[in-house]
Design a protein around this ligand. Structure first.
Ligand code: NAP
Ligand code: HSE
Length: 429
């Protein structure tokens, strides 16, 4: 459907952190939109839940609580979904695509669960469904994976993809700030999800990991396929040890395409200070990609917040308008043309940092080492500190070992009389 009119009407679904940023940026760029995209753009409706809520700087005459007003308006060509959540966002996107409207979204929850079917629907409807903002906020990473790196066989995509947790870990590390205070600040800054459990328990990063792995390996990876651990168990003691080991702790999303299939997980890791990802602070994100032709590529920038996320959304909107000028919407849809198996996380190999409280008496270290040895866990380093009369803290780092061997060893250690607590188990990059 080629657009002859030089004014494109759009509707926003939601006007929270991201919606407000998109509204502001589209207004700010209004006078150059025609030069950039080939047509002017007009926001004609904004879907909200509550009409009487004060929304500073936004034209309240645009507000509606009735989705049908947007759906049935054939002049509205683009729907920008920035409400979040699965429903009603999913049904609205499906309605919009079936009605021939193009959709731009920041909704990783929805894409990580239903991305394949939504992209297929977009393709069948000849519509664009663009989602650059869904992973790593303002960083261009979806388009690079789908387009610029399309000539590569990608074997690794990993990085820091949640701004809230990176902000919290940075504040804990650099300012000895407590977890709760750092989370409160991240929420005030607009980084956190409506329910920040999704951030701190690693679910948000897990959804992004699923999207990134699907794009990188051309095979659909769903949220349920991702092994997930959050950062809620990371303590000030762990951070103190990390410093002593010249490392930082980061919540990483890690995905590999191996001979056996796709390995994908999100978990906190100790990372040496010299690693480029160690320098990614506050709400910044970074994504590493390894391809057979490009070798290593790294994408860095602001992973959350009003204007960085709006930057990605508005870029997508401009792309849709450009496509409208040439009648070529829906050109690049789902790129998952393979069906690779998902590897069991039990088989994934990592190095580990294990902190435990033990009895301070002869033979305990030897017993502990034997349990590790019996389960094929090779010890790299041992630190014993804080020895009081009867108790001591033992920290062991391991060589690379399969997850299930390490878990079997921990299960045995947990019931030993001489070990009162396994306080932390953190993977090491
Ligand atoms: P938010 O601040 O909570 O805003 C959500 C907006 O959607 C609010 O205006 C809300 O209306 C509206 N809304 C929610 N459910 C609705 C419904 N059923 N009907 C009508 N309106 C509804 O969320 P956000 O942080 O902007 O995030 C929006 C989306 O962007 C999410 O998918 C999120 O994961 C994604 N994202 C966020 C960031 C970020 O940095 N915040 C970055 C990248 C991606 P009311 O105001 O009336 O409650
Ligand atoms: N809550 C998300 C984060 C927003 O902190 O990264 C960006 O997706």
């Amino acid at each position: 459907m080629k657009v002859e009119s030089k004014k494109v009407q759009v509707a926003l679904l939601g006007i929270g952190t991201v919606g407000t940023g998109v509204y502001k940026l589209l207004k700010k760029r209004a006078d150059v939109m025609k030069d950039i995209a080939g047509a002017e753009l007009e926001i004609v409706k904004i879907l909200v839940r509550n009409l009487s809520k004060e929304r500073e700087g936004v034209d309240s005459s645009l507000f509606t609580t009735d989705w049908n007003e947007i759906l049935n308006d054939s002049e509205i060509k683009i729907v920008i979904e920035v409400m979040g959540g699965i429903e009603p966002a999913k049904s609205m996107m499906e309605d919009a695509l079936r009605a021939g409207k193009h959709v731009v979204t920041a909704n990783k929850d929805l894409l990580a669960e239903h991305g394949g079917e939504l992209l297929d629907l977009a393709s069948a409807s000849g519509c664009d469904l663009l989602f650059e903002a869904a992973v790593a906020g303002g960083i261009p990473i979806i388009r690079p994976l789908k387009q610029c790196l399309a000539g590569n066989e990608i074997t690794e995509v990993m990085g820091i993809v949640n701004g809230t947790t990176n902000y919290i870990l940075t504040k804990m590390f650099e300012e000895n700030m407590g977890f709760a205070e750092a989370l409160e600040k991240a929420t005030k800054l607009g980084y956190a999800e409506a329910d920040p459990t999704a951030d701190i328990e690693g679910l948000d990063a897990g959804r992004k990991a699923a999207i990134l792995a699907s794009l990188a390996f051309h095979s659909r990876v769903r949220f349920k396929d991702v092994y997930i651990e959050g950062i809620t168990k990371i303590t000030a003691d762990d951070i103190a040890y990390a410093k002593e080991l010249d490392s930082v702790i980061k919540l990483l999303s890690v995905a590999h395409h191996t001979e056996k299939g796709i390995e994908v997980g999100v978990y906190p890791m100790l990372l040496n200070q010299e690693h480029p990802l160690a320098a990614v602070r506050d709400a910044f994100n970074a994504v590493f990609v390894h391809g057979d032709a490009v070798d290593d590529a790294m994408f860095y920038g602001r992973g959350a917040g009003e204007m960085p996320t709006a930057s990605a959304v508005v870029g997508d909107v401009i792309d849709v308008i450009r496509n409208l000028q040439y009648g070529c919407n829906g050109r690049i849809s789902c790129t998952c043309y393979k069906e690779l198996p998902i590897c069991s996380f039990d088989e994934v190999k990592n190095k580990f940092f294990i902190r435990m409280q033990v009895k301070n008496e002869p033979g305990v270290l030897a017993q502990t080492a034997k349990v590790f040895g019996d389960h094929k866990v090779s010890i790299h380093r041992v630190i014993q500190k804080n020895a009081k009369e009867t108790k001591a803290e033992l920290v062991i780092s391991t060589e690379k070992v399969k997850e299930y061997h390490l878990q079997d060893a921990l299960q045995e250690l947990r019931v030993m009389d001489s070990i009162s607590e396994i306080s932390s188990v953190i993977r090491i990059y």
